[in-house]
Ligand binder design. Structure first.
Ligand code: NAG
Ligand code: NAG
Ligand code: NAG
Ligand code: NAG
Ligand code: NAG
Ligand code: NAG
Ligand code: NAG
Ligand code: NAG
Ligand code: NAG
Length: 762
């Protein structure tokens, strides 16, 4: 018996060696997410579910080992059990069902074919994509609020954590969290703990992560192996900034070294925050994001704000798509940033129709930085430069002329001031002119330079904060600088401290302020996040759709406090149809800014809403060709038969507050029909008339063009018919609009006809 016991162990080890080496030499195990739709019984993260995941995994892993199984019949089960146990990273089960595991590709394939599985997709790493901004979108500080309801509103933010000691999160005067809150506060590390104001929960996967790093999954390699502060503490700044934009209290005299001075406040300052820290130094993984959704939905949040972007995948092979769908089913709207890849076409991320996708718009404020040249000329750049010059002029040098000839770099890289390419002797004490450098002054600083002028290939409205005095200049200003450098033997320049200037119209990025936003920031993190930077403050000015997203999330929360029973789709519709139209020429148009600039006050009284329930999305998904079998799993309890499901009519099959149609063949005439239903949420008795604007060559007909309502919540349907000549004359897109108006409320929908191929989602 003793011998056979040893033999068994030996064989067992052999098997493990085989499996692991096989895995490593051939194809490595990678982390995947196995999504299985709704939780069997909502709210029960039962042992049964974990067992079920485990059994699925065992069988997927086991079958490959048939050969070994024959050989080692009696320890086979033990072995695949063991591997299954070691492979499973995390089980979801509170709000939906599924798990994360380390799999070989064939195991992933096998799981995909399993009946109870909706989708299997690799874990990816995603990226993180104030003051005046609220006034700018018409939400002044003194504003009619439903304070009682607002203080019972919980906004979940998935981000880098939170600095709970930041002044924006002072909990003075706040009562305990509302009773519906079921989440927890995890403390530890440098995190000083939750207060009444911010209820901080931590993605469950963190504990899993500690477990993994300490025990077995060290080789997952998903994250920075040296997790310095395993706590919800924000060591990056992004999470503090976004969450204080949503719900920070009013703090007077907030500024970043005197810039952007004013009152920093969140959009719904009485609301509670629940921070789900899913992002670490090297990114935000899908496994963590889904764990946060799993928790947040069952914790009782009312709304979720996520300023994170990543690859766009088929709706249910995408952590955002899945999580937001499950949240939507519980009445929780998910607001996401559209990403910062604009104005490149097709760069919008987080596009599932049940997500509200937010772009960033500029405000009527820019940070201008004047650059003085030795010849008396002045030019101006855009940046957030907090430094005042201490001398009248500084010597100026072109990066290319300051190349370190023995260094790693070449002449060309020195012209963009890449790290290690500059000659310290030549650069010391000078302002360096760099073509399109992206390291925010780090390499110039390390080479002893005292400032930098960085040229861009196109004009910008986004002020970046550099480590050293700096200005970003557009092509024309760059030309002035280079011609000056070329014109003299000893060029000089000076970079002045930035000034906020008023500009006439929003710049066309998109929908909510996301450019140069002043908001809360952790004191421990330097202004640029660089360890070379010695500037620290409670506020910082950052740009990006990351910053726009919490504005829109707060606006949505604000609307929800007036209409707690509205569906996520109704809230989204209200915000979209009341948005202020942005008049920008060029092909970006609605691709750039969606419906326009959000206007939260108008959104409280939208008049009509385009509402949608889960069944509407199911019908849309059927139309999109998603397998009914898979849909049944997404919607456990209501078996979906796409052929018997009421056929979704029209181009998109959605009751969406905007309309767009893609024309695949340029030689085809434009011909499209949209079916829509609006719900009266304005005055009981009202008559809305349709007004259409459309460009030459496109006809837009609304049938009927008058809607008469006798009572609240009454629904009326109509269709919108588009006809036009083929788009084969070089026009890329046509923008039109439909506006329903009863003279008190107007309900506007953009209509877009476009030609380029859309992202392939399948
Ligand atoms: C706490 O923060 C300091 C820096 O402020 C850091 O050096 C230290 O590692 C952190 N401690 C923990 C436990 O994370
Ligand atoms: C750096 O610049 C100094 C001064 O112009 C020059 O003497 C030296 O050769 C340069 N060194 C390198 C490595 O480029
Ligand atoms: C040039 O680059 C080399 C290698 O990186 C470095 O050791 C040297 O200090 C640099 N010289 C100057 C003058 O910057
Ligand atoms: C300076 O002038 C020369 C000759 O006119 C030109 O080749 C070079 O590109 C110019 N350099 C800059 C930085 O403009
Ligand atoms: C910019 O606009 C604000 C608000 O409209 C106004 O108070 C301020 O004086 C203006 N500043 C300048 C420099 O025009
Ligand atoms: C749906 O999926 C099931 C199981 O994977 C398959 O048998 C069936 O053929 C699929 N149906 C369609 C319409 O693709
Ligand atoms: C789906 O619906 C169609 C039409 O109502 C019906 O003919 C078909 O049998 C149904 N399929 C299933 C599997 O129920
Ligand atoms: C459109 O028509 C032109 C001229 O008839 C033809 O050359 C071209 O191939 C057509 N394009 C498509 C996409 O059908
Ligand atoms: C192409 O046709 C569209 C619609 O018919 C029209 O609006 C546009 O001006 C035309 N463009 C050119 C370049 O002719």
């Amino acid at each position: 018996m003793k011998i056979s016991g040893k033999l068994l162990l030996f064989v067992f080890d052999l098997f493990l060696v085989y499996t692991l080496s096989h895995g490593n030499s051939d194809v490595e195990r990678k982390s995947y997410i196995i999504y299985m739709g709704d939780a069997p019984e909502a709210g029960t993260a039962s042992i049964d579910a974990v067992d079920h995941h485990h059994n699925l995994l065992s069988s997927a892993i086991g079958e490959k080992s048939v050969f070994w199984a024959l050989l080692l019949m009696f320890c086979f089960i033990l072995i695949s059990e063991k591997i299954a146990r070691e492979s499973r990273i995390h089980s979801y089960g509170k709000s939906f069902s599924g798990f994360a595991a380390r799999l070989l590709p064939h195991e992933a394939e096998r799981l995909k074919e399993t009946d109870s599985v909706v989708s299997v997709f690799p874990n990816t790493r995603r990226k993180l994509h104030t003051t005046r901004s609220w006034d700018f979108i018409g939400m002044p500080q003194r504003l009619k609020r439903n304070t009682q309801i607002e203080s019972n509103t919980i906004v979940g933010v998935f981000d880098t954590g939170i600095a709970s000691d930041a002044p924006s999160f002072n909990d003075k005067g706040y009562g305990p969290p509302p009773p519906k809150w079921k989440g927890i506060c995890v403390t530890g590390g440098n995190f000083s703990g939750c207060n009444k104001y911010s209820i901080i929960s931590l993605s469950l996967s963190l504990s899993a992560w500690i477990f993994i790093s300490g025990a077995r999954y060290y080789h997952l390699g998903n994250f920075d192996q040296k997790l310095q502060d395993p706590s919800p503490e924000d060591t990056e700044g992004h999470g503090t900034h976004t969450s204080s934009t949503v719900a920070g209290i009013s703090v007077d005299g907030a500024s970043l070294y005197g810039l952007g001075e004013g009152t920093a406040r969140g959009g719904v300052p009485s609301a509670r925050l629940a921070m789900y820290k899913v992002c670490w130094q090297d990114g935000c993984s899908d496994i963590d994001i889904l764990a946060a959704f799993d928790d947040a939905i069952s914790d009782g949040v009312d709304l979720i704000s996520i300023s994170i972007g990543g690859p766009t995948n088929y709706y249910f092979a995408d952590s955002m798509g899945i999580g937001a769908f499950q949240a939507m089913k519980k009445g929780i709207l998910t607001v996401c940033s559209a990403g910062n890849d604009g104005p490149n076409p097709w760069s919008v991320q987080n596009i599932a129709p049940w997500i509200m996708t937010i772009a960033a718009s500029g405000m009527d404020r820019q940070f201008r930085t004047v650059v003085g040249l030795g010849n008396g000329m002045k030019t101006s750049g855009i940046s957030v430069n907090t430094y005042s010059p201490t001398k009248r002029m500084y010597p100026l040098i072109d990066g290319a002329s300051a190349a370190n000839l023995t260094g790693e770099g070449e002449f060309l890289m020195a012209s963009t001031c890449d790290p290690g390419t500059l000659n310290k002797t030549k650069v010391k004490g000078k302002i360096v002119y760099c073509q399109g450098s992206t390291d925010l002054g780090l390499s110039v600083d390390e080479s002893g330079g005292v400032g930098t002028i960085v040229s861009l290939t196109r004009d910008t409205d986004t002020g970046f904060t550099f480590l050293i005095p700096a200005a970003n200049v557009g092509p024309q200003e760059a030309d002035i600088v280079t011609r000056y450098i070329n014109s003299t033997k000893n060029p000089n320049a000076v970079i002045y401290k930035s000034k906020a200037v008023n500009v006439t119209a929003p710049f066309p990025d998109i929908a909510a302020p996301g450019v140069d936003i002043l908001a809360g920031f952790p004191r421990k993190v330097s202004v640029t996040g660089s360890s070379n930077d010695k500037r620290f403050g409670d506020y910082n000015i950052i740009s990006g759709t990351s910053m726009a997203c919490p504005h829109a999330a707060a606006a949505a929360a604000y609307v929800k406090t007036f209409h707690p029973d509205w569906s996520p789709a109704a809230i989204k519709s209200a915000l979209m149809t009341t948005a202020t139209e942005m008049k920008i020429k060029g092909m970006d148009a609605e691709f750039g800014y969606g419906s326009g600039q959000i206007n939260p006050i108008m959104a409280v009284h939208p008049g009509l809403v385009y509402d949608m329930q889960t069944s509407s999305y199911i019908s849309f998904l059927c139309k999109e060709g998603i397998n009914g079998t898979a849909l049944a799993r997404i919607n456990v309890g209501s078996l979906v038969n796409c052929s018997s499901f009421p056929a979704a009519q029209g181009v998109d099959g959605l009751n969406y507050p905007s309309m767009s149609v893609h024309i695949a063949n340029l030689n085809d005439s434009i011909s499209a029909v949209f079916y829509r239903t609006v719900t009266n949420v304005g005055y009981a008795k009202s008559v809305y008339k349709a007004t259409v604007t459309s460009p030459k060559g496109l006809s837009v007909t609304v049938i009927p063009d008058t809607l008469r309502f006798n009572r609240l919540h009454q629904k009326k349907s109509f269709k919108v018919v588009l006809n036009g000549r083929p788009l084969n004359n070089g026009t890329q897109s046509l923008s039109a609009s439909l506006e329903w108006s009863d003279l008190r409320r107007s309900v506007r929908s953009p209509i877009l006809v476009y030609t380029p191929p859309p992202l392939s989602l399948f």
